[in-house]
Design a protein around this ligand. Structure first.
Ligand code: C2E
Ligand code: MG
Ligand code: MG
Length: 547
């Protein structure tokens, strides 16, 4: 029954009191009478005693429904007193059977109370237990933690996520995935100390409370090792080996917070950061992690608002021929300006958009808007100017990208030969097949392809030979060091050389000084993009430059 603690206590007290008063009314005094008998006549007494007993039995059942544990104790006492008083009445009346039906009612209701209470206890157990691992579930964990909190116990909270379970589910079926989860639960329970609480949250997550005095770093590492150990599952007599991987977050009570719900959230935040972090499998909570997450949520909101209310606009950074500063074209760069005048840089919001599906909308918005804004200038300019658009790794590796681009080209009437799509090396890490298919279709439409931020990733030469890029863009971080570091200078030289033997042209981006420019020209860099010759321009300035 849904009542507050106080409400329950009042109800239990009131019920008990009513029952006792009723019992007093019908209880036989030693001289054979009763209070009720003295109030009413003898005949009415016999009828009313039965009714009152039935009411008491009903109240007892209600008490058990209110609180299975305490209600049952009270019901047992009340009904026992009732039975005893009836037995006494039978003895006193010299064995008359008049009280017998009342006694049966009372015994039946006692039995009902016992059954209801047992049922309730089972339901309560089920509601706090994870059926697969038989560990506590989230509700059970919170209950236990609240008890620890009441006992002023300090502890670490570890959230653990187990990866790769999908491969077991896919290969052997869900019942084997469940078996693996139970094996992990067992292993964790074996390495933690006696005062720990191991629980299983939704999906493939576990939450483990570890006493503060235990060496958390040591235990967390041990838990991780247990998760990473081989799991052997027997499928129709054939043993199959699986390797799961885990990452985890840890927060500490009460150092990080003295609220249980916040503690769980903090452990979850730390775990989230561990999932994004390739280096650390276990992340320990600190306040900056929460701030980062809040900022991310805020920026995500800004992106959504910007898409809806058009707070985005585009700027265009010119690209020039290194030898004579002739105009090659423009790189489209997105900007976000909120109504209060705040500018959010794409360096911040693009990576956040890339973690959600918002990046698809942004890329589509930029393509449609840039091609529309530049179409006339491109068509009327005598030079063969190019307009570059950045496309995120997630977008270029999605199966719909080429189709979407074809549609936008058709809708805007922009000539594909004047379009260049810039992708980064990260596009080549995941779903390479889809990316390559998209690249081929893009080139089939007549558009060009540039590899952005070259020199910051791990693209192999073999990959580059297979992928026909029209342009390699030497990353600013390499350009930054060409004056001071011989290694960077040699590296840039090598990149330019490599680009040329693969029939690609090479542009250096982020060129800021005359001396960088001079060195890049000496190394036969074909094009220059950077503040040294021009910052990104507003649309009108860029269109004027085309003329
Ligand atoms: P990126 O594509 O490598 O763009 C070059 C960045 O370097 C731009 O920063 C540009 O303003 C900046 N830059 C150019 N020359 C110089 C220079 O001489 N000195 C310095 N300090 N910076 C220079 P921006 O516009 O802040 O963009 C940052 C990144 O955000 C871009 O790097 C790109 O990865 C992403 N981005 C920008 N616009 C878009 C877009 O429309 N779509 C997508 N998917 N990503 C975009
Ligand atoms: Mg770019
Ligand atoms: Mg770049």
């Amino acid at each position: 029954m849904k009542l507050s603690r106080k409400g329950k206590a009042y109800c239990l007290m009131a019920g008990t009191l009513v029952c006792f008063v009723l019992q007093m009314l019908i209880m036989k005094t030693p001289n054979g009478g009763s209070i009720l008998l003295q109030l009413g006549g003898k005949a009415s007494m016999v009828n009313i005693t039965g009714v009152i007993q039935a009411i008491m039995a009903l109240i007892c059942i209600i008490l058990v429904l209110i609180d299975a544990r305490i209600g049952l104790i009270i019901a047992r006492v009340i009904l026992l007193i009732s039975v005893v008083s009836m037995v006494l009445a039978v003895i006193r009346s010299g064995g008359g059977l008049t009280p017998l039906p009342g006694a049966v009612t009372v015994l039946m209701s006692l039995l009902s109370c016992e059954i209801i209470a047992r049922q309730f206890k089972q339901m309560e157990m089920d509601s706090i237990t994870d059926l697969v691992t038989k560990l506590l579930n989230r509700r059970g964990l919170i209950k236990e933690l609240e008890a620890q909190q009441a006992d002023s116990k300090h502890f670490h909270m570890m959230f653990l996520h187990v990866n790769n379970l999908k491969s077991i589910n896919d290969n052997l079926g869900y019942e084997y995935g469940d078996k693996a989860l139970a094996i992990i639960a067992d292993r964790i329970s074996k390495v933690v100390s006696k005062g720990s609480i191991v629980s299983k949250l939704d999906g493939t997550e576990y939450a483990i409370a570890i006493p503060e005095n235990d060496d958390i770093k040591l235990i967390a590492d041990e838990i991780m090792n247990e998760v990473n150990k081989k799991i052997v599952l027997d499928s129709d007599g054939v043993p199959a080996n699986f390797y799961l991987r885990g990452f985890a977050g840890v927060a500490t009570y009460p150092e990080d917070t003295n609220s249980i719900l916040k503690l769980l959230r903090y452990a979850d935040i730390a775990m989230y950061h561990a999932s994004k972090n390739n280096k650390e499998r276990i992340v320990y909570f600190n306040k900056s992690l929460e701030e980062e997450l809040l900022r991310r949520a805020q920026v995500e909101g800004y992106i959504q608002e910007s898409l809806k209310n058009d707070y985005f606009f585009l700027v265009y950074q010119p690209q020039f021929r290194a030898e004579d500063k002739g105009l090659r074209g423009f790189e489209t760069l997105i900007r976000m300006k909120l109504p209060d005048g705040t500018n959010i840089s794409p360096g911040e919001f693009i990576p956040i958009a890339e973690k959600t599906d918002l990046i698809y909308k942004i890329d589509e918005y930029v393509l449609r808007r840039a091609l529309t804004e530049f179409k006339n200038a491109i068509l009327t300019s005598g030079d063969k100017l190019l307009l570059s658009v950045n496309i995120s790794a997630k977008d270029i590796s999605s199966p719909d990208f080429a189709g979407k681009l074809a549609r936008i080209l058709e809708e805007t009437g922009f000539p594909a030969e004047h379009l260049e799509i810039e992708i980064t090396e990260y596009s080549l890490y995941d779903s390479l097949e889809t990316t390559v298919a998209n690249i081929e279709r893009i080139r089939g439409m007549g558009a060009k392809l540039a590899l952005d931020d070259f020199g910051t990733g791990y693209t192999s030469l073999a990959q580059l030979l297979h992928l026909p890029f029209d342009l390699l863009k030497v990353d600013k971080s390499l350009v930054d060091n060409v004056e001071t570091s011989e290694v960077s200078r040699d590296f840039v030289k090598l990149v330019i050389y490599m680009g040329h033997i693969m029939n690609s042209e090479v542009i250096s981006e982020g060129v800021e000084s005359e001396s960088q420019l001079k060195l890049l020209r000496e190394q036969n860099c074909d094009f220059i993009q950077g503040y040294v010759w021009s910052r990104p321009l507003a649309l009108q300035d860029a269109l004027d430059m085309c003329r």
